[in-house]
Structures are given as structure tokens and as C-alpha cells.
Design a protein around this ligand. Sequence first.
Ligand SMILES: C[S@@+](CC[C@H](N)C(=O)[O-])C[C@H]1O[C@@H](n2cnc3c(N)ncnc32)[C@H](O)[C@@H]1O
Length: 220
Amino acid sequence: MQIYRIGGAFYDMLHLSLTMRKEEVLKASAIEGLGLQPGATVLDWGCGTGLSLRLLYPWLRDGGTIYAVDSSPSMAKRAVACCKPSDVLKYHFLLRDGLDLPIQEEVDVVIASYSLGVLSTDQFDPALQGIWKALKPGGRLLLLDMYVPTEQPWLRRVYQKATISFANKVFRQDFSETLLPAANKYFDTVSISHDEPLMAVTFVGQKRAQPLHDVVANAV
Ligand SMILES: C[S@@+](CC[C@H](N)C(=O)[O-])C[C@H]1O[C@@H](n2cnc3c(N)ncnc32)[C@H](O)[C@@H]1O
């Protein structure tokens, strides 16, 4: 992915100038809503420069394990630099394709922040299946991504479409209407909320005992 090779510092600068820290506030509140307890195990899928890892720290500094996967060395390098490992807080960085997760232990929570929407739509299902497998029974997925609000005056909607189209060109970031239905195959919706000015959707899902398509296939 070309944009992520340019460098983590460039990504952080662009993120800050486009969102003016409002996205950070949204993400911090979503992470707070998870109610993580010391000792929890979290996987950050597509950790990028570590914007979620920084926000996880206050919840896990007294104990926890964090796995962070990203395929871009320049993004992950910055994420590694922001971490504060200790005797009780362990980090494991995986520089690889998140579609192939070699995690040895099941985790309590997976965070995928603006990283699944980057994939092509045919990769949503394998990525979500891998996340589903990586979670403990009853584990949760926090998914943040972009969307275009529907109930909008046409001029605002044109502006938002143009913004998303720009984001697609730069980041290949594409919140597709197929992402949430794909997530619902593997996760029961715990909550879903939209931030219209940020064009951000926050989804929290709980791991289904069995993916929906397996239930349908078994019933046939
Ligand atoms: C828009 S950035 C989001 C980074 C971070 N999660 C955040 O909230 O700022 C998307 C990240 O997903 C990573 N990514 C995209 N496809 C990936 C894949 N198949 N496996 C692992 N990482 C991937 C990119 O390298 C990039 O760092």
C-alpha cells in the first residue's frame, strides 16, 4: 500500500490535520467503553503508527498483553517507538499480513481502527474470520471505520462523497456498505454509533459461537 510506505510521521501529520484530534477523542471514548480490566489481552489489527496503542496504555499499564499487527514497516516502526513495555505489560509486534494471524493465544478484544476498510471487499470475510478465530469465546471486536451518511442535504452528501473519494485515492480507504454485514456474520452487534461530522462509524460486536453462514450451511 503506497501511502503507508511514505512514512508514519506523514500519516500522523495528515491524520492530525484532517481530524484536529476529534477522531482521537472518539477512539478514546470507544476504548473506554470496552471497560478493559488489567490482565486483558488485546489485538490491534492494522495498528499503523500506534494511535490506538497509545490510548490502550492507561487501561493496561497495570497488566496486560497487546498484540499489534501491521504489514507496513514504516507505520509499525512508529508504533513500536510509542510503546511502553514493562514487567506487567507485554507487546508483541507482528509485521505481516493481518489476513494470516499466527497468534498463539486467544485474545479478549480486537481493535480494527480504519484498517479493515482499507482492504478490498473480497478480503473482508477472511479478515473477519481470522479475527473471529483469534478471539476467546464471548470476545469483542471494536471496529472503527468511515462511512457516508445517507440522510444529508444533497450538497453536503456531494462534499462527503468527494472527501471519501479523496481518502480512497490517498489511503485506498473504503468504508463499504458490505463491511458491517460481513462483521455481523461473525459478531452480534453490541452497539453501533455514527459520528456524522467525522464520517466515522463505531461498531462493537461480540463473538458469535458460530459464524452465521456455518449455521445456514449446517441447517441445509
Ligand atoms: C488507515 S491506517 C489505520 C492505522 C491505525 N489503526 C489508526 O487508527 O490510525 C490502516 C493501517 O492498516 C494497515 N493494513 C492494511 N492492510 C493490512 C493487512 N492486510 N494486514 C496488516 N495491516 C494492514 C496499513 O499498513 C495501515 O497501517
